[in-house]
Design a protein around this ligand. Structure first.
Ligand code: FA5
Ligand code: MG
Length: 347
């Protein structure tokens, strides 16, 4: 019985020492574990006379410990929870994190600007294809197999069973697609922007770039209409002071053909590094649609004439935004793309 009293007294002291869940658990092991104080009291039972009283006292002590343990455990857990809540509280008065907004790619901006301009002049936007047949990319544009002008554009062909297919080298393919899609073989007025591919690679030439094609077909369409349209286009896009110059050129699918230069927008025509001291910058190719091209797509070339033009959109983006290397346009670096979000002259 003395032993029991001794351990009861010790328990009173030990209760004070419990400060957290760990020390509480240590006490549980010390009292109720395999070699715990209360467990060992049980072993003494065979040595005492009044086994019944002794057993009851030990049980009472065990009960006392268990009650203490449960109550203390609950209290400590509650305390831990409260501390956690305080620590993890969210301060709703703090400024929120900025949500990152996407921004339009410069090529998307240029494309939309050009589309808007031509739509305002009565054109519709025509969707071409990026994978084209040799027939549409070359043959129906008056470039039969073996034509020397193919060399300047020969590109990425598809493998074996698709050997007659390639990644289009020019949006002029849209001329053929639009004429063939028009069942009435009547007037047409379309623009087609899109990606094109060539085996090129330097600061101003990319293996993938963008062009926009324009095609107008009607009765009595002349070179004067082409000139007026392109002059208006260049002035709208590059500024009213822009001077436009037409030079004779050659494309197999137009006759006559021209290349169009604009007065240098950097030096105004005086001569600088951008225009290589000439005062002029070449921006597009154009011409009157060749009668063969009209006929091959089912048009009556006696009744209809047309003009077509095609220009590299990347060049315009580079001029407009002062981009020195075309490859940054396709590098997917967000630091590059995000800069255009701050421009005020675009949507
Ligand atoms: C053509 O592609 C003709 N289809 C244009 C045309 C259309 C003529 C309709 C007549 C009638 P050219 O190969 O010159 O022409 O290319 C047109 C423009 O694409 C060039 O002036 C240039 O701005 C751009 N360009 C050509 N190659 C690249 C390249 N690798 N990277 C970026 N831009 C290029
Ligand atoms: Mg050219």
């Amino acid at each position: 019985m003395e032993q029991i009293e001794k351990i009861r007294k010790q328990l009173e002291q030990d209760k004070e020492k419990v400060t957290d869940l760990k020390s509480l658990n240590d006490q549980r092991v010390a009292y109720l574990g395999k070699k715990g104080y209360i467990t060992e009291l049980n072993a003494l039972i065979k040595e005492v006379e009044d086994k019944k009283t002794f057993g009851m006292e030990v049980n009472a002590l065990r009960k006392e410990f268990e009650t203490f343990y449960e109550e203390k455990k609950q209290a400590l857990e509650q305390l831990a929870l409260e501390e956690k809540l305080v620590k993890e509280a969210i301060d709703i008065t703090l400024p929120s994190k900025k949500i990152k907004r996407g921004s339009k790619h410069p090529m998307t901006r240029i494309t939309e600007e050009f589309e808007d301009l031509f739509v305002s002049m009565g054109y519709t936007v025509f969707e071409g294809r990026e994978i084209e047949s040799d027939e549409v990319c070359f043959q129906k544009l008056n470039l039969p197999k073996g034509h020397p002008a193919r060399d300047a554009q020969d590109t990425f062909y598809l493998k074996e069973e698709y050997e007659n297919y390639l990644l289009r080298t020019q949006t002029s393919t849209a001329q053929v697609r639009a004429m063939e899609a028009n069942q009435e073989k009547g007037p047409l007025r379309i623009v087609c922007p899109g990606k094109v591919y060539r085996r090129d690679e330097d600061a101003t030439h990319s293996h993938q770039f963008m062009q926009i094609e324009g095609l107008v077909i009607d009765e009595n369409v002349s070179m004067a209409d082409l000139k007026g349209t392109l002059e208006l286009f260049c002035k709208k896009v590059l500024g009213e002071k822009t001077k436009v110059r037409f030079r004779p050129s050659y494309f197999p699918f137009t006759e006559p053909s021209v290349e169009v230069d604009v007065s240098c927008f950097k030096c105004g025509g005086k001569g600088c590094s951008l225009c290589k001291q000439t005062g002029w910058i070449e921006v597009l190719g154009a011409g009157m649609v060749h009668p063969n091209v009209l006929e091959m797509s089912g048009y009556d070339s006696k009744k209809y004439q047309g003009f077509a033009f095609g220009t590299g959109l990347d060049r315009f983006a580079m001029f407009k935004y002062g981009i020195p290397d075309i490859r940054t346009i396709y590098g997917n670096d967000l630091r590059f793309i995000e800069q255009f979000d701050r421009l005020e002259d675009t949507k």
